[in-house]
Design a protein. Structure first.
Length: 260
């Protein structure tokens, strides 16, 4: 057998085995941003079978670019234990006690490596086009390749069955939109619908990102900016402490749900 075929066969067979193993999971996470990666790491460490489905080629969400392509971000004291868990370095701000800067590329790559090292699986270039909804519960995802979606090709999708689904799609809250618009789900919000993200207010946004991380319907959770959009919280820009703590909170909530 030629080396070319050895390489091709190895990739096809190994990926196929991986995909087959993750067509049924405990938790399916949509979006590979910082809160989702933190949630995946802590879930995997607890023995939960968890997979992230990321539309883009590179996970990490909006972390890579820092603030306006200055690849530095800020976190507050409360989030430092999470960064330390991942081995991500940070430095205190001399003129703003309680806040720290860190390299956004190190943060993104560190979160990805930490989640995968803990046992989470990441399927990149995979888009979620629908949810599985049975017996008044969210039961999984409908997935397809991102290039298929973007080219508008008429290719039928596949499904992933999951006990819990975590919407980590950020500002658009894509899975929540699918749930409310197609499944006609009533969410645990004041109107039963997506309240919509408010303008920038850093302090409030950081606090509400964690507060709004919750189960919004049986089997359906939201974290990070998705949770803020669903509940009508403010945005906060390139400060990421709330995002990290949201991911850890989501993991804890999902663990409790899986034990019921």
């Amino acid at each position: 057998m030629s080396l070319e075929n050895v390489i091709s066969r190895a990739i096809v067979s190994t990926f196929t085995q991986k995909m087959l193993s993750y067509l049924e999971v405990d938790t399916a996470i949509v979006g590979g941003g910082p809160s989702a990666l933190v949630a995946a790491r802590y879930l995997a460490e607890a023995g939960v079978k968890v997979a992230i489905f990321e539309r883009k080629l590179a996970p990490g969400g909006g972390t890579w670019g820092g603030g306006m392509l200055f690849n530095e971000v800020v976190v507050q004291d409360d989030a430092l234990p999470i960064l330390d868990d991942f081995g991500i370095r940070h430095a205190p701000l001399a003129d703003a006690p309680g806040y720290h800067t860190l390299d956004s590329v190190e943060m993104a790559s560190g979160l990805i490596f930490g989640a995968v090292k803990a046992g989470a699986k990441i399927f990149n270039s995979v888009s979620v086009e629908d949810i599985v909804f049975k017996d008044k519960k969210v039961n999984g995802l409908v997935i397809n390749w991102t290039p298929v979606e973007r080219l508008g090709m008429h290719v039928d999708p596949l499904t992933v069955i999951a006990e819990c689904v975590l919407d980590g799609t950020g500002h658009p809250s894509e899975i929540m939109h699918l749930a409310t618009e197609k499944a006609k789900i009533t969410l645990d919000t004041p109107t039963g619908k997506i309240e919509g993200e408010r303008p920038m207010w850093v302090e409030s946004g950081e606090e509400s990102t964690v507060k709004n991380t919750r189960e919004y319907y049986p089997g359906l959770f939201a974290c990070g900016m998705s949770a803020n959009n669903v509940m009508g919280g403010y945005r906060m820009g390139p400060i990421f402490g709330g995002m990290l703590m949201s991911g850890k909170k989501a993991a804890g909530l999902i663990l409790k749900s899986l034990k019921k």
